[in-house]
Design a protein around this ligand. Structure first.
Ligand SMILES: NC(=O)c1ccc[n+]([C@@H]2O[C@H](COP(=O)([O-])OP(=O)(O)OC[C@H]3O[C@@H](n4cnc5c(N)ncnc54)[C@H](OP(=O)(O)O)[C@@H]3O)[C@@H](O)[C@H]2O)c1
Length: 320
């Protein structure tokens, strides 16, 4: 019988990729979730992917998740820092705000008899760093959810994916600016050493194929997190790819850690620099040999990007 799948974050990068990939496969019945299924983004994806059921759901509203997961065999779950309620709670010092949303997903999925929950998480930076960086809350909330999910293995199968750094971070206003020296050269600004190798991915193209493989072969997954990673690259590689793809002048400027924002982001960047994004480097390669999907390259990312460059020449104020 055709499996029915609910997708949290269907209007976003990861969930949108899952929705488009599963829709194109024609092997699943799909329910896309959004806080507002009538938004322009939701309507446009609905036109692109006909036959998908759209339903209102909010990760802060348990009852809406129960409704959204009713009758589902599979759930793709994630949390997002684009949620103002989540960000406000975190900025008010509530370090478990994201874990609460994760728990809401897991609890509703179990209560509604969902058989498989694929959850987009992250490793614990506290664990990776041996306790040196306990405050990278974007990592910890997801890791606590992972533990909460996997501790309930007798009631639901959980498979956790770890997305690598999104290529889209390079076009985030916080990490690029126009040089104040010549008012022309684009400066990409991170605190990483220019040659440090970091995992990168385009989540809009590469999340779906990995998740579809998990859905098609659930018995191959037994608890170890699955990396979603297009490869390991340095910031210098990314900037060179930008110059080659666009012909525009650009350079990398390594900024102090303290310039990236609040302490949790500083701890996150320091942790990634010193201890990596997650355990293992390249563990995904064997799995990806089985997945018939070619991951987006840096050149392809820049060529397909409609980004026209930063509009400012200094770091914008912190917004989260
Ligand atoms: N940037 C990176 O390098 C990186 C790397 C690894 C992991 N991550 C993690 O990736 C996550 C973001 O993923 P993304 O980039 O795919 O998301 P995104 O493109 O920012 O989209 C966010 C999605 O979440 C949905 N959403 C937000 N708040 C919600 C709520 N309260 N209830 C239900 N749905 C909600 C939005 O749907 P509606 O607006 O339609 O409701 C939207 O579809 C973050 O948790 C981040 O920590 C990021």
């Amino acid at each position: 019988m055709t499996k029915v799948v609910a997708i949290v974050g269907a209007t976003g990068r990861q969930g949108g990729s899952v929705l488009r990939t599963l829709h194109a496969s024609r092997s699943y019945k799909l329910r896309a979730l959004s806080r507002n299924p009538n938004s322009d983004t939701a309507r446009s994806i609905a036109l692109e992917c006909p036959g998908v059921e759209w339903m209102q759901a909010d990760l802060n509203d348990k009852a809406s998740l129960h409704r959204a997961f009713t009758g589902m065999d599979v759930v793709f779950g994630m949390t997002s820092f684009l949620d103002p309620e989540l960000v406000a709670r975190i900025r008010a010092g509530d370090v478990d705000a994201e874990f609460d949303q994760g728990k809401n997903i897991v609890d509703a999925a179990i209560a509604e008899g969902v058989k498989l929950l694929v959850y987009s998480g992250l490793d614990s930076m506290e664990r990776l760093s041996g306790g040196k960086y306990p405050g990278a809350i974007q990592f910890e909330g997801k890791y606590k959810t992972q533990k909460y999910l996997l501790d309930r293995a007798s009631r639901i199968q959980g498979v956790v994916i770890y997305l690598a750094t999104h290529m889209q971070n390079y076009i985030h206003p916080r990490f690029s600016r126009i040089s104040s020296v010549d008012n022309q050269t684009i400066e990409f600004t991170f605190p990483y050493h220019p040659t440090a190798q970091l995992p990168l991915v385009d989540p809009t193209t590469d999340t779906g194929p990995v998740v579809q493989y998990i859905l098609d072969h659930p018995d191959e997954f037994s608890g170890a997190p699955v990396e979603v990673c297009g490869g390991y690259y340095s910031v210098a590689d990314m900037v060179n790819a930008y110059v080659q793809a666009t012909g525009k002048p650009a350079r990398y400027v390594q900024i102090p850690f303290e310039d990236v924002g609040p302490d949790d982001l500083v701890q996150m960047f320091k942790g990634i620099s010193e201890f990596g994004h997650y355990d293992g480097k390249g563990d995904f390669v064997e799995l990806y040999k089985k997945i018939s999907h070619r991951f987006t390259t840096l050149a392809e990312f820049w060529k397909s990007s409609s980004w026209t460059g930063p509009v400012h020449n200094k770091l914008p104020p912190v917004d989260q």
